[in-house]
Design a protein around this ligand. Structure first.
Ligand code: SAH
Length: 863
């Protein structure tokens, strides 16, 4: 054991969000030391007495057996713990060897990247001590611990007290984190300042590092701040969750997580509510086939929710996307086509939230929420309003043309008439008029047809047209944060949340807050935890934790789940207090996550701890995914064509499965039985680009550098070949465009780059132009088709897309890779069922997601 004081300082600082370092990571210079001798170290390394706020005098002698000062004394009080009991409870302190390496006390050491922890060897243990001659501490009590100069004191629970072989008094601290010491950091203002988080990190410190005594109370997680504070009584802090550095996990406390698990040492009285709460898991035991309702926000064409449902259903949880919201109408059309069961709302998420709030008010005004029999209320109201209608009829006498509402068709919040007046609108079918005459009307102007409104609300309430708080089991979605995009020159690094382009993160969290789902899964680009010191990621976690959600963050590489694409994304899980926080599925395929996992995110990367012993399948290459697809031309105009060839690989067999044969496909509505190949057409290049592409050789690594007139310097920059006259196309424009020569300072290989069969593409993006990305088919003179991109994203072939070609590329490029979502859906199901294992990660079943498909003959249409 080395410098304990420094060590404890380090322990509070290393919980940074991107920093993945475990809290007790040793300062670098220490890790290079040979293992310290537990006997000798305190004599050589124990800090000279730190200046302390308690006014302690310095100049203590190293050799002192028990720390004493003229007027202040730090010593154990009372009898030692009987030797045999001490050896039984803390065997790692009574090893024969002088230096011991042992499994650390950290449960999650497997993911903490920490060297095995060494333990100071003990002569004997105590249960009580006097610090500075005035503060009496018992094991199990809490206190402030001396921090570095100018730093706020650390907060710990004393879980062990012992005299070292060097005769010095030590205590083992289990640390608490303030919100600002966790990944939330700069967003700690979102968290009540009385709230702290229990860590699993323990380490040893000289006894005189203890300062004041604290009273820290454990409170239930699922109550509001006021209630928590009321439990505080005369306590200094409260805690209701633990914080674990691996995957930055905020988690429910285990029922037995008080102190260090030593039965008798705990003096923390655990209020029975808390225990009941922690073990309740109310919905966990529910009927496994009852429907779990999901809301897909910023749904796009539905890659994320499709995968989540497939995965959850594979684990026998009937997860259904009941609602989806996106303001892109083509994305909505695609989603609806593939998910007829979903209420797809083509509107902005902000408006959706306002609508939900208005909808709740409407339901309240018709007494539909808060108990009661909706239909009977509806009936009463209908009768009343029929009278109103009779009154209305009288208005006809005025001789004006009066339109009569036949039916309310739908509802929205916004400005659907385009009259610059935002509010709640109803879509009306007018009596004696057809659908083409339907109009949106502000609800305020419809006061004389309450009965029709009532009928609409009652029907909508019964069919769950819109979700009310508590109706949604799962919210998934990736709020776009374009304000952090590397392409955006005007990024606001100081206050990223004030950037309009990042506002959707707030909207997303507001919707979670309003609907209070059991689970939420938020996806985003990795930049969300990197840009502006990770502010947006911290904000998201801060919001979730402030709403009493458990939460964690993982970085997942799509290729690790059986795709020839790297694509790393952030996935943030959230689970309500009584649920089990879902885990991350460990990779199934061996993909080198080349340079994608920045060092500071190591503890958030979903990777195998021991890659060698993990049974991983071989990585997939482009050819594995698309080699069975029929050749198409640059100007292919058909949306559906026959397959022509049989599948050549397991991937192709699987991706070509009919909807009804896809593992995890749950709905009865499978649509047409015809199985054609959809969307296998490329973005049509203009004549110039097409001619350029035709001249790119059909070999690995070919790109614009292979065109006539381009020369590559030794430093890998391109330049014009002075010996070759510039070539021009029939249009008069140059064969090699200037932008290709200057892209990335002339160093790029991407313009007009061909992909090759044995390659893994970096990331499928939303654009299909070949000007600054390698997106050409290996042996055909065109860019990858929509379907080829969809395959790289793991969309089953039956998933058909709608909209203009560019829009379809956007839908595919925006999506969460289906295999990643499927694996996460499986994990979600395990949490719902209560069958999830302990820890932040788990191993998917062998052959996931093929499972039984692999065993049975594949039903593949080979037309
Ligand atoms: N999760 C989806 C992809 C979503 S991409 C999938 O897996 O397929 C992000 C989507 O957000 C885009 O489709 C875009 O149209 C939509 N979007 C962006 N801003 C929005 C807003 N304010 N309200 C609703 N949708 C929005």
């Amino acid at each position: 054991m080395t410098n304990n004081k420094r060590k404890s300082n380090a322990s509070r600082k290393d919980a940074d969000l991107p920093s993945s370092s475990p809290p007790v990571k040793k300062p670098k210079e220490e890790t290079e030391d040979p293992p310290s001798n537990a006997v000798e170290v305190p004599a050589t390394d124990a800090p000279t007495s730190p200046a302390r706020s308690s006014g302690r005098k310095s100049g203590r002698k190293k050799e002192e057996v028990l720390v004493k000062d003229d007027d202040e004394e730090t010593r154990f009080v009372g009898d030692p713990v009987p030797a045999d009991e001490a050896r039984r409870r803390w065997p790692h302190r009574y090893l024969e060897k002088k230096v011991s390496f042992s499994l650390t006390t950290q449960v999650n050491v497997r993911f903490s990247n920490e060297a095995p922890k060494e333990f100071i060897q003990a002569k004997r243990h105590f249960t009580e001590a006097l610090v500075d001659g005035r503060v009496s501490f018992k094991v199990g009590e809490d206190g402030y611990v001396q921090a570095g100069e100018g730093e706020e004191s650390y907060i710990c629970r004393v879980v062990e007290m012992f005299e070292g072989l060097d005769n010095k008094p030590y205590f083992c601290a289990q640390w608490f984190y303030r919100a600002k010491d966790t990944i939330i950091q700069a967003c700690s203002h979102l968290i009540d300042d009385k709230r702290i988080f229990l860590s699993e990190v323990k380490d040893d410190n000289p006894l005189d590092c203890l300062l004041e005594k604290l009273k820290i109370v454990r409170v239930p997680l699922d109550v509001d701040v006021a209630t928590k504070r009321s439990k505080l009584a005369d306590g200094n802090y409260y805690y209701d969750m633990s914080y674990l550095v691996p995957f930055s996990s905020y988690q429910n406390l285990l029922p037995d997580s008080e102190t260090d698990g030593n039965e008798s040492d705990s003096t923390i009285s655990c209020n029975s509510d808390v225990n009941a709460n922690a073990t309740k898991g109310s919905k966990v035991q529910e009927d496994k086939r009852s429907e779990m309702r999901m809301l897909d926000l910023y749904s796009g064409c539905g890659g994320m929710s499709t995968g989540l449902c497939l995965g959850a259903n594979m684990a026998d949880v009937n997860l259904v996307t009941r609602w989806a919201v996106d303001f892109n109408k083509y994305a909505c059309e695609s989603l609806k086509l593939n998910h007829p069961e979903t209420e797809v709302r083509n509107e902005a998420a902000d408006d959706f939230l306002l609508l939900l709030k208005e909808w709740e008010k409407l339901c309240q005004s018709f007494s539909l929420v808060g108990g009661g029999d909706p239909m009977s209320v509806a009936k009463d109201e209908t009768e009343n309003s029929e009278d109103d209608e009779a009154d209305d009829d009288g208005d006809d006498d005025l001789g004006e043309e009066v339109f009569e509402v036949e039916k309310v068709l739908s509802i929205c919040y916004g400005d659907p008439k385009g009259i610059n007046k935002r509010g709640l609108y109803l879509k009306i079918r007018w009596k004696n008029y057809g659908p083409e005459e339907d109009t949106w009307e502000p609800i305020d102007g419809l006061s004389d047809c309450q009965d029709k409104i009532k009928q609409f609300v009652v029907d909508g309430f019964n069919s769950k047209l819109l979700p009310l708080p508590g109706d949604v089991d799962v919210i998934c979605g990736g709020p776009p944060c374009q304000g952090i995009s590397g392409f955006n020159r005007f990024r606001n690094k100081e206050n990223p949340l004030s950037d309009e382009k990042n506002k959707q993160l707030i909207v997303y969290m507001d919707i979670v807050e309003f609907l209070k789902p059991r689970f939420a899964l938020m996806e985003n680009v990795v930049d969300i935890v990197k840009f502006a010191k990770g502010y947006l990621g911290r904000y998201a976690l801060g919001r979730l934790v402030s709403m009493n959600y458990q939460a964690r963050v993982g970085l997942i590489t799509a290729g690790s789940y059986g795709l020839p694409q790297f694509r790393m994304r952030m996935f943030m899980w959230a689970a309500a207090p009584n649920e089990k926080l879902p885990q991350y599925p460990l990779p199934t395929h061996n993909v080198v996550t080349r340079g994608v996992s920045p060092v500071e995110f190591e503890s958030n990367a979903v990777i195998h701890d021991d890659i060698k012993s993990a049974e991983l399948e071989k990585e997939l290459f482009l050819g594995d995914a698309i080699s069975d697809l029929p050749p198409v031309e640059n100007d292919e105009g058909r949306d559906e064509i026959p397959y022509k060839e049989k599948p050549k690989t397991e991937f192709q067999k699987f991706i070509r499965l009919k909807k009804k044969d896809m593992p995890g496909f749950a709905s009865v509505d499978v649509g047409s039985s015809e199985h054609l190949l959809y969307d296998h057409r490329p973005l049509k290049l203009n004549d110039d680009d097409y001619q350029r592409v035709c001249q790119i050789p059909r070999r690995k690594g070919a790109n614009f550098r292979d065109l006539k007139g381009v020369r590559v310097r030794a430093d890998n920059h391109v330049e014009w070949d002075p010996d070759v006259e510039r070539v021009y196309l029939p249009s008069g424009r140059p064969l090699v465009p200037d932008y290709a020569m200057t892209f990335v300072d002339g160093r790029s290989l991407k313009p007009f780059g061909r992909l090759w069969w044995d390659e893994i593409v970096p990331t499928v993006v939303t654009r299909a132009e070949p000007h600054n990305q390698a997106i050409l088919h290996p042996v055909q003179d065109r860019v990858l088709t929509i379907r080829e991109n969809a395959r790289l994203q793991g969309f089953p072939d039956y998933y058909q897309l709608l909209g203009p070609i560019k829009e379809r590329y956007i839908q595919v490029g925006n999506a969460v890779a289906v295999p990643v979502a499927r694996a996460l859906g499986y994990s979600l199901a395990m949490s719902c069922k209560g069958t999830a294992t302990e820890g932040p990660v788990f191993v998917l079943p062998k052959n996931f997601p093929t499972l039984d498909v692999a065993a049975s003959p594949l039903t593949v249409d080979e037309n």
